[in-house]
Design a protein around this ligand. Structure first.
Ligand SMILES: Cc1cc2nc3c(=O)[nH]c(=O)nc-3n(C[C@H](O)[C@H](O)[C@H](O)COP(=O)(O)O)c2cc1C
Length: 239
């Protein structure tokens, strides 16, 4: 049995009715749609995580547009639980690098279990994080674990990890689309970033994304992406 749509006041007694507006959308011709979908896939398939950056400058306008793009992401209850901090100042980047490398050094030399080391071996990463000082911008993404009102009271955030992850996906796509590159970096642990960047206690650093041009001699590990058959099931499975 499917259900009849209830009246708003039945579900939300006492709440004011939300305001609606017409959805602005356009219907594309089927072949145009296919062409656009293929072109977008081809563009995104050329994206690679880059670990060696040129220090050539990048205009703040590009960073702002990538963050605006990230901010178009859907979010649980439209709470937009993200905060981006863009760092260009060489001294602040140096401090981030120093603190990140201190943690990464401990991770790689003392804390890393064998299984994790085996997973990273094909990438060849280590505890030297030169991208944090070479890239012209380092963008740190914070997740707001809960909402904080101006008067200090708090409220719950719904699905904030999923929401911030989607926003970061859009940010990465926007950076790539603009002709730049980034690295999704997760120094572990990264509590130092909140202190260093002066963020409030309801926020937790989730990712560090250096943004810039790749170094002319940048190298990336040779990787394969899973095929469509490996990542898509259409309809019901058999197990
Ligand atoms: C959540 C997440 C965390 C990651 N953390 C790191 C990291 O700390 N250091 C690093 O060098 N790469 C990191 N990466 C990048 C991955 O290693 C990279 O995306 C993967 O090897 C695939 O390569 P590609 O992005 O070029 O397709 C991370 C990626 C994601 C999505």
């Amino acid at each position: 049995m499917t259900r009849q749509k209830p009246a708003f006041q039945e579900v939300y007694p006492g709440f004011p009715a939300p305001a609606f507006e017409s959805l602005q959308s356009r219907r594309l011709a089927a072949d145009d749609m296919l062409q656009r979908a293929e072109a977008f896939y081809t563009e995104m398939n050329a994206r690679r995580t880059t670990r060696q950056f040129s220090n050539d400058p990048v205009s703040q306008a590009i960073i702002e547009l990538a963050v605006l793009t990230a901010g178009t992401a859907p979010s649980g209850a439209h709470q937009q639980p993200w905060q981006f901090v863009a760092v260009q100042d060489p001294e602040l980047k140096r401090q981030i690098r120093e603190a990140a490398e201190a943690e990464e050094y401990k991770t790689y030399t003392q804390r890393m279990p064998d299984e994790w080391r085996a997973a990273l071996a094909p990438l060849g990463t280590d505890y030297v994080k030169e991208h944090l000082t070479d890239a012209p911008w380092v963008v740190v993404v914070f997740r707001q674990k809960y909402g904080l009102r101006a008067d200090g009271t708090t409220y719950k955030h719904y699905s904030s990890t999923e929401s911030v992850s989607i926003a970061v996906g859009l940010f990465i796509a926007a950076v790539h689309h603009a002709g730049l590159t980034t690295l999704t970096h997760t120094p572990n642990p990264m509590g130092f970033l909140g202190d260093l960047l002066g963020r409030p206690k309801n926020e937790e650093a989730m990712l560090v994304l250096p943004v810039g041009y790749p170094a002319p001699d940048a190298q990336v590990p040779r990787l394969n992406r899973k095929s469509l058959g490996q990542i898509l099931q259409v309809g019901r499975g058999s197990s």
